[in-house]
Design a protein around this ligand. Structure first.
Ligand code: BTN
Length: 277
């Protein structure tokens, strides 16, 4: 079994300016599958989970044509974006099943900390549960999935706006999204950015495994919603009331969003932020 390969002809070491050998050498990744174009790296990763592959496995695309977001959302990314899915074995990584949902928070934190280290003047925040905001606009989305046939295998899908500028995008999108190139005024080598994210993610996961309070302290420090009034939609509130509104008090050690409501503090363990009021 080879460690890195392309799905079309070409030099396997340099795929669309990605240095696959370097990615494998310098990160936790043991196998890379690169696609010049694919529908969704997460969908492909879920297919691969069924077969024997070296894990951690990276599915990387130069372009994604049908990227998926949470729920029914699509993930649209223009040329120059970084789109990939990292497949990890939670048990081998020492992550117990009750902490799997927190992996998206740990991944978001890793991206946020990487972005902050690349663009030091930027304000980089983690928007619970799985978005990264840069200067008040979304720069990254994360989609964590498990394969039904191998539940302990986690697929961490990350879409990071790197060189895909939003300067010429329609006004409504421009006010919501941003790329590293937009914020830093320069383009980036995507291998460098990817390697930096993967190394930071490896660090986050090892701290996570150690079960120290360091990670919660770090995700609290970057909480985008802190102090804002938000409406969270979640199945956890029972039939008839699937949403709750309150002032965000941060994120607790278990990764739950804390909302101060009229009837006290409510912990949201899962859900989506439907509105920021
Ligand atoms: C969201 O914002 O709702 C999550 C977006 C996740 C997008 C990434 S891009 C790479 C990976 N493949 C997908 O189809 N989705 C994730």
């Amino acid at each position: 079994m080879t460690g890195s390969f392309e799905t079309q002809s070409g030099n396997p070491r340099q795929a669309a300016n990605f240095d696959l050998d370097r990615i494998r050498r310098e990160t936790l990744v043991r196998q890379v599958e690169f696609h010049p174009e694919i529908g969704s790296t997460n969908s492909r990763a879920l297919e691969l989970v069924a077969a024997e592959h070296l894990i951690p496995l990276l599915v990387l695309a130069d372009r994604q044509t049908a990227g998926r977001g949470r729920g029914k959302n699509r993930w649209w990314s223009g040329e120059g974006a970084l789109t990939f899915s990292l497949v990890i074995d939670a048990a081998a990584a020492g992550i117990p099943a009750n902490r799997w949902p927190n992996v998206s928070l740990a991944a978001g934190l890793a991206v946020a900390e990487t972005v902050a280290s690349l663009i030091s003047i930027a304000d980089v925040r983690l928007k619970w549960p799985n978005d990264v905001f840069l200067n008040g606009r979304k720069v990254c989305g994360i989609l964590l999935e498990t394969a039904s046939q191998r539940p302990g295998i986690l697929v961490i899908g990350i879409g990071l706006n790197v060189n895909n500028s939003f300067h010429t995008a329609p006004e409504d999108l421009k006010s919501l999204a941003i790329s590293l190139a937009d914020a830093g005024g320069t383009s980036w080598n995507r291998s460098d950015v990817l390697i930096a994210v993967l190394r930071q993610l490896e660090e986050s996961l090892s701290v996570f495994r150690a079960d120290s309070c360091q990670l919660p302290e770090r995700w609290r420090a970057r909480c985008y919603l802190h102090g804002r009034t938000v409406q969270v939609q979640s199945g956890q509130f029972g039939a008839g009331s699937d949403s709750i509104t309150g002032v965000c008090q941060g994120i607790d050690d278990e990764g739950a969003l804390l909302l101060q409501t009229e009837s006290g503090v409510v912990r949201c363990y899962s859900g989506i932020v439907a509105k920021i009021l």
